[in-house]
Design a protein around this ligand. Structure first.
Ligand code: ADP
Ligand code: TRP
Length: 331
């Protein structure tokens, strides 16, 4: 049985990008693997949420995990900060990580550009904590979207370096994983290539959006003035609409609009109406379960408590072994 580990930062509600890049894979992978899925609340502190926001966001993601189909009977679901052993592993790994390699990470450079007034050390060491999350449970596979590929490469580097320095084949070298195909990147409704809440709220369709909100957002999505000759390449914005349609609609529907595009007969208004309807059909059952779970506080707490216990057990074993390998022995 393979080990699977992944997490999502609690920075708001989950959108379709999070779903298709990560959560959908979590749900499929829980069937045949030993899975650890957590909410990366330590990681979200790099952007300084308020205590109230942090708590409610953690709860929301926990609810969304379960509403979308994660089963606490099959997978270990926990909150990262309930397993503080990850901080010790992160510290121990950081002794063999070089500042230069952290400064070259694309996500770090991006954050420096975005929040020049808050270039904190947590942002720099973000990939080390992420490696610790993964190595703590000896993951073979890590379901994530394409944007996390570099972090996974670094995790393998850190694991390999540890094994080399201590002359011990201890850590496995985990790989980024998407069920059945390459890693995915779901585009935004605003013409951008990645649906992301950090860029533009309106580019995202959330699992907790109502049908009316979905309709409004999709009808406002960026398109263009339409093709003027057969076979004309699509603009990024129109390509995005097709990509989104491929994610939520049937192949026949995609095929129909593809034909319309190729024949220059496409009406983006019709395509968007169809897209909004298919997104709604997709999101609606999850949304209904989200509403139900919001009232089940005892159940939510129980899931988090039991998940934390199982994750701490796995973590304690790793930390004990790592300490021994490094030479940390208590008297
Ligand atoms: P955001 O970019 O909205 O802040 P996160 O960085 O919290 O989202 O992403 C959580 C998980 O969802 C990661 O595994 C990430 O790769 C995946 N993910 C986020 N956006 C997308 C997207 N547009 N397409 C595919 N996967 C995505
Ligand atoms: N960096 C991931 C993101 O932004 C979240 C994350 C933290 C994660 N630790 C992880 C993902 C470990 C997979 C495994 O989405």
């Amino acid at each position: 049985m393979k080990r699977v580990v992944s997490g999502i930062r609690p920075t708001g509600f989950l959108h379709l990008g999070n779903y298709f890049g990560a959560l959908r894979n979590f749900i499929k992978m829980q069937e045949e693997n030993e899975c650890f899925f957590f909410i990366a609340d330590y990681h979200s502190l790099t952007t300084h949420p308020t205590p109230t926001d942090l708590q409610s966001n953690v709860r929301n993601i926990l609810i969304e995990y379960i509403a979308a189909g994660l089963d606490p009977e099959k997978a270990t679901i926990y909150v990262q900060s309930d397993v503080p052993q990850v901080c010790e592993l992160s510290l121990l790994l950081s002794m063999n990580v070089y500042i230069g390699e952290l400064q070259r990470v694309a996500s770090f450079k991006e954050k420096v550009r975005r929040q020049p007034d808050n270039v904190n050390a947590g942002l720099l060491t973000y990939p080390v904590l992420m490696a610790a999350d993964i190595l703590l449970h000896h993951a073979d596979m890590v379901p994530v979207g394409k944007d996390q590929e570099q972090h996974l490469e670094m995790t393998r580097d850190f694991a390999q370096r540890f094994n080399h320095i201590y002359k011990h084949e201890y850590f496995k070298l985990p790989v980024a994983y998407n069920f059945g195909s390459e890693l995915v990147k779901i585009p935004g409704l605003d013409g951008s290539t990645k649906m992301s809440k950090s860029d533009n709220e309106n580019s995202c369709i959330y699992l907790s959006d109502t049908p009316e909100v979905i309709r409004k957002k999709v009808m406002k999505a960026v398109s263009d003035s339409g093709p003027t000759e057969p076979g004309q390449p699509k603009t990024q914005a129109v390509e995005n609409l097709f990509q989104l349609m491929k994610a939520v609609s049937t192949p026949e529907t995609v095929h129909y609009f593809e034909d319309q595009y190729q024949n220059c007969a496409i009406r983006y208004g019709d395509m968007k109406k169809q897209l909004a309807a298919d997104m709604t059909a997709f999101v609606q059952p999850v949304y209904e379960r989200i509403l139900e779970l919001r009232d089940k506080d005892d159940y939510i707490r129980k899931v988090a408590r039991e998940g934390a216990e199982r994750a701490r057990e796995s973590a304690a074993k790793t930390i004990k072994e790592v300490r021994e390998i490094i030479g940390i022995k208590s008297f």
